[in-house]
Write a protein that binds this ligand. Sequence first.
Ligand SMILES: [Zn+2]
Length: 734
Amino acid sequence: MSKNRLFCAAIAALLVTTSLIAAPATSQVASPATSKAASTAAANPLLAEWTGLYGGVPAFDRVKVADFKPALETAMAENLKEIDAIAANPAKPGFENTIAALESSGKPFDRVSNIFGIYSSTMDTKDFQGVEMEMAPKLAAFFDQVVQNKALFARIAAVYDARDSQKLTPEQKRLVWLDYTNFVHAGAKLDDPAKKRLSEINQRLASLFTKFSQNLLADEHDYVLYLDKESDLAGLPDGVRKGAAAAAESRDHKGNWAILNTRSSMEPFLTYSERRDLREKVWRTYYSRGDNNDAKDNKKVITEILKLRAERARLLGFQTHAHWRLENTMAKTPERALALMEAVWKPAVARVHEEVADMQALADKEALAGSPKITIEPWDYRYYAEKVRKAKYDLDQNAVMPYLQLEKIREAVFYTADKLFGLKFVPTSGIPVVDPDVRVWEVTDTAGKHVGLWYFDPYARAGKQSGAWMNAYRNQSRFEGVVPTIVSNNTNFVKVKEGEPILISWDDASALFHEFGHAQHGLLSSVNYPSLSGTNVARDYVEFPSQLLEHWLATPEILNRFALHYQTGKPIPKELVEKIDRASKFNQGFITVEYLAGALVDMKLHLAATPDKEIDPDAFEKTTLKELGMPKEIVMRHRTPQFAHIFSGDGYSAGYYSYLWSDTLSADAWEAFQEAGGPWDSAVAKRLRDNVFSTGNTIDPADAYRGFRGKDPGTAALMRKRGFPVPLAPAKTN
Ligand SMILES: [Zn+2]
């Protein structure tokens, strides 16, 4: 389910998250297809085995929203029975009868919960939202019931204690460690009253997370700025005008232009609109989401979430929620994550001051020519940054787009996967999909052997969450015979008329490479046990393969073959590529500070919260940013009442730093290619595959990275990538 979905985001293009059910801290737990499950399956297609080619595929053509609740309830009940059977096994606890048995169990639950997660992120209609709201606390209670099963945990602990004296492979030992650690992490060692309270907290949190998301969605949906005069559109490119006109028409305002309260509507408006008064209006509406002191206000929801998280952390024996969340990450402690963020913060803020000075100079020059005199405010940043980009680098973003056709960039990612890792993509037909626009490719290796399936869901539609992400529908494994993986990439491009190309921005092309990096992390997985498979790795490590893949977009080989003008078919001119390259470090102050302010506030909120402190999110945000020396011209990318990454679920809470952490690895890994034979160096690619892309969570991520690179990453490459001064102290290597 949701645990399989990655909220993907390049640092340059962090994306909006969805509502999430509290992700299970356990590995896969559920029941096998017993005869009873099989008989229920006949009545409810969501429980049925996936049949057909490629190891079976989800029967999206038979999904009915009304079936979710009974299917989940049946699957959970079956799971618990299966868990009881494993727990009550009279035989001595061993790897096979306990750990492998857990891996083997729960297939019907995995099937229905995966489809539930796909619906939550891509088919989230009103009727489905009702089911989601009802099932969120029930699923939380179910995961707690598994973790709190004493007899089961006693067996896991017995296998864990004896792990060195049994003949286990390194992968099996890692799985034993992971199960044991996850159970303890989620409260398996607590006494009964503490377990009861923990479960109450988890259920209440699950409801609050859903409430937070639904409030945010409502504010994005309900606030629309309608413009009715041509003069209100001054400066907007044709594409933005067309989109705004279509948005107004679909809302019964034909003849007007609608600026929606979403990132994809706000950003181009603030970048191009010459109307400073309207820029300010759009900016204020967008950054007030969840913060309007009305029925959809999120501040009280946040205060309660913070208190409950702090109480839960104390119950589990941790100082704060942040300490609890980071226990099994690469960073390991909030202090280490903070140290990295603070090391980057100061040079990034210094760069913002330079960027603002450039913009102010330009505005002053305009004032001399007769424009009103202004001081750069937050609603001016994107607008003047774009002007500086044109003036300094002679780069017009609109000149790049005709060379970036969605389908050509898709071919480019296929080409990259083939050249680096030997993956081949062949379109399939006849496979059921959630929407007719979803397409499916079979992936094979160089010998033609089946590797997995790749589903591509490219277009925005009602009920689909915004942003872009990867999802694993089924994890690769082979401990019970070969199970090939199924992965998907999801984006929100606006569909155009049949036969017309979809032109995308450089950032969107980069995001496609990013998401496809996650997909390859799933496809190249070569492990035995599903819990250790593909992208099931630490949160602050999982963005490394995806951020790394972004770098291939800008290679001459890719641009010359795939960045072709949609009318002439000619490759993107060399001069334009050079301009893109020269401008690549432009605006890094803004991008880094906008992101990092959020990451710092996230961490500091979760370090400051206690079970009885009533934290006012707005006041906390204001004070913290003041202490940090936040430039007044920038706001957090996601202000606290809108911070879905950290309040629509636990997944990224005290974890927004992960993107920066992973980027230290990806920046350094890219330099490994540059130091060798370049982006296509086959020896480096092989080391990357053997140590990173194929290993899932079978080894510690720090060891995996050292296996690939021969040393730890340090921060020098990260600073070079962003164009910040590299600290004089040498990066730690060993
Ligand atoms: Zn990602």
